[in-house]
Design a protein around this ligand. Structure first.
Ligand code: UD1
Ligand code: CA
Length: 425
């Protein structure tokens, strides 16, 4: 199995943030999480080392709490990308297989692309493969210098490049596949006699050539794969790119997205064909939506939402951690949280599941069985069960469970006082 090293020690000054850059999020998932997931989803790796430095404890806490096969290694001080990778040497002393190196701030890398990259490395029997891309404006990137036979000769950083090298439009994407057994000796030979006074990982390319190793490039067809985050504007752009990928995939699978420009759907949301998503919906987290559903306009799904077929979630409806069976409607102004809702249920406008007790900080469940009708403006104070077929009259405040087929009414009876207005003075 392959090991991965993810570089994430840098400061990210341009984010203007108290947080480490790689903990900034897209759809509430940290950037470094996207990279670890892409690596894990190749199915070709079994362990990742995340090189941390700036605000290391915070990154370490996230990685530790979310991944069992990833370990953080502290790099302090940060003397360059080559120095960063060398931090993993003690952990990979006896390892002879391939290692992939990536950056923690390129969240749009996909496992499909990484698999192709690794396959090319294996097919060409390369010792080092560097991922490259062709950029119209290559400034600030390291330039790929090729040998006449097409193999890679070296990578020259912008700051060290002569005018001829600067004109090269093929850039180093910063992702490498390395035959660790053969290349690990390179790290002891790295020098920092360059424009930035850093130990450059890119110098292993020239070292490989000097040691008669096979050094090749894998050139990207989709440059968004390596879109890097350096600023808040980059973060917004990356979110947009990721969202568009998801929307395009869903549309290709038969989902109608009425207005892709105002629709946000997380990559972990599955939607069956012939469902319609109306404008201005925000669908976050992991969700599963069935066929022929109608969602929105202006609906907010917050994750762990499972909808059967023919479910309607209308305007200003928020749903979280809730399962809803088929043919159920919640069409207007409703909050459903920590709930199980059956089939053929009608949830009236303005219904709220009061799932959270702010005094005890405990969240409780609301269970609504098949064929229930909840009248408008009702509050279901959890934990509570509305048994099959029961009706709750409008403005119900339901604090205990309602038996099957019963009617529950909690409102004060209507009083009409004739001519009351005229009698006032
Ligand atoms: C690097 C490459 C460049 C490539 C570019 C792609 C080198 C010398 N140059 O340049 O060829 O085109 O990436 O984006 O490698 N980091 C550490 N510890 C360090 C230094 C950096 O963990 O001591 C991490 C950073 O947090 C970042 C990554 O390594 O995630 C890349 O570092 P950065 O300084 O951004 O490299 P570039 O100068 O962009
Ligand atoms: Ca740098």
């Amino acid at each position: 199995m392959i090991k991965s090293i993810i570089l994430a020690a840098g400061k990210g000054t341009r984010m203007k943030s108290d947080m480490p850059k790689v903990l900034h999020t897209i759809f509430d998932k940290p950037l470094v999480g996207y990279v670890i997931d892409a690596v894990n989803n190749t199915g070709l790796t079994d362990e990742s080392f995340v090189i941390v430095g700036h605000k290391a404890e915070q990154v370490e806490e996230y990685v530790h709490n979310n991944y069992t096969n990833a370990k953080c290694i502290l790099q302090t001080p940060q003397l360059g990308t080559g120095h960063a990778v060398s931090m993993a040497l003690p952990y990979l002393k006896d390892f002879e297989g391939d290692v992939i190196v990536l950056c923690g701030d390129t969240p749009l890398i996909t496992s499909e692309n990484l698999k192709k990259f690794i396959n090319q490395h294996r097919e060409k029997k390369s010792d080092i493969t560097v991922m490259s891309a062709i950029f119209d404006n290559p400034s600030n990137y390291g330039r790929i210098i090729r040998n006449p036979d097409g193999s890679v000769n070296s990578i020259v950083e912008e700051k060290d490049a002569n005018p001829e090298q600067k004109a090269v439009k093929e850039i180093n994407a910063g992702i490498y596949c390395i035959n660790w057994g053969k290349v690990k000796a390179a790290f002891a030979d790295l020098k920092n006699n360059n424009a930035q006074g850093e130990y450059y990982l890119t110098d292993i390319i020239q070292w490989g050539n000097e040691h008669n190793l096979a050094v090749n490039a894998y050139t990207l067809s989709d440059n968004t794969e390596i879109y890097g985050i350096n600023s808040r504007a980059n973060l917004a752009e990356a979110s947009k790119i990721l969202n568009n990928r998801t929307l395009n995939k869903l549309m290709a699978e038969g989902v109608t997205i009425v207005d892709p420009f105002t629709t946000w759907i997380s990559p972990e949301t599955e939607i069956d064909s012939d469902t319609i998503i109306y404008p201005s919906c925000y669908i976050n987290g992991k969700n599963k939506i069935g066929k022929y559903c109608k969602i929105g306009p202006f609906a907010h799904l917050r994750g762990d939402v499972v909808l059967g077929d023919y479910v309607k979630i209308g305007n200003f409806v928020e749903v979280k951690k809730t399962t809803i069976k088929s043919h159920t409607n919640a069409c207007h102004l409703t909050y459903l949280g920590d709930s199980e809702v059956g089939a053929n249920v009608n949830i009236g406008a303005g219904t709220i599941t009061a799932n959270y007790n702010p005094l005890t900080k405990v969240k409780s469940k609301t269970i609504i069985k098949d064929n229930v009708k909840i009248g408008s403006n009702s509050v279901l104070v959890a934990p509570v069960t509305i048994e099959e077929g029961a009706n709750v009259g409008a403005v119900g405040v339901i604090t205990k469970s309602i038996p099957a087929w019963a009617l529950a009414i909690t409102r004060a009876p209507l009083r009409i006082i004739e001519n009351w207005v005229k009698k006032q003075n």
